[in-house]
Design a protein around this ligand. Sequence first.
Ligand code: ADP
Ligand code: MG
Length: 291
Amino acid sequence: STMPPLLSAIANAGRHGVLVKSAVVMEQLGHVDQVAFDKTGTLTEGSPAVSEVEAAAGPDLPTRAQVLAWAAAVEHLSEHPLARAIVDAAGSPAPAEDFSSVPGRGVEGVVEGVRTAVVSPSAVTAILPASLGMTVRRLEAAGRTVVIVLRDGAAVGAIGLTDRVRHDAPAAVQSLAELTAAPPVLLTGDNQAAATQLAAVVGIADVRAGLLPEDKVHAIAAAQVAGHRVLAVGDGVNDAPALATAHAGVAMGGGGSDLTLDAADAVVVRDNLAAIPAAVRLSRRARRVVL
Ligand code: ADP
Ligand code: MG
């Protein structure tokens, strides 16, 4: 064709299922030497399901159904994949008022007049009753993502969730590892045990768990200061700053938030992870044609 090589690479990448936003990005993709993956919604399908609901032990404490219903009332107003799972498990939640969310942390609102929060266990470690702390460790050891339900600042229960690994994640991670000099890393807000189990399945040895969105940015910036050209792959609102920081940021288009799609340099459509190594190869081939 008479099209310039980088433009025909963009067209080809589009056929593979990744929309590359500019010729500069198309060029940049071929230069990356390390890949940083988000976990939930990126290497996993991003449609988790509730697997356990546990109430804190003791007198006057709630039933499991109450714990789930309170959590769902708040999560009703969140777009996080964990929120959808909790709402689906609860059926029809009572609406919460005064909703707010902290990316990478959790959500809160007022349910039936009581301030109710659903948060990461790491945000409330200090106030977990011993029995609930043991429940959290048991669920995490089983590879679950865990959230804690708080009423009026007291932990009243824990919810375990599981998500399936994307079927094409191991192959895509391996292809990208072969195309890059430095080993891939997993950057996740989820707990260490769940992250390590997922990482073993997809073939990533370097796991950084319990990260807030700004921690993901720092991890990528540190690699870049050390001389790496990092390709970041993510899906959630919590990944937008990391995608913007990396040399190349790729968003999963399927469940991705608008903010994340804006922050990304390229977007994977049809949830096809294999499109990412394909785009790197197309970039390198185009460069060889130019030189
Ligand atoms: P990841 O990096 O794996 O995509 P996130 O940064 O989105 O994960 O979330 C990290 C952790 O923060 C979750 O595992 C959960 O504990 C907590 N969290 C985030 N959003 C919510 C929410 N809507 N409800 C409850 N917990 C949440
Ligand atoms: Mg995610």
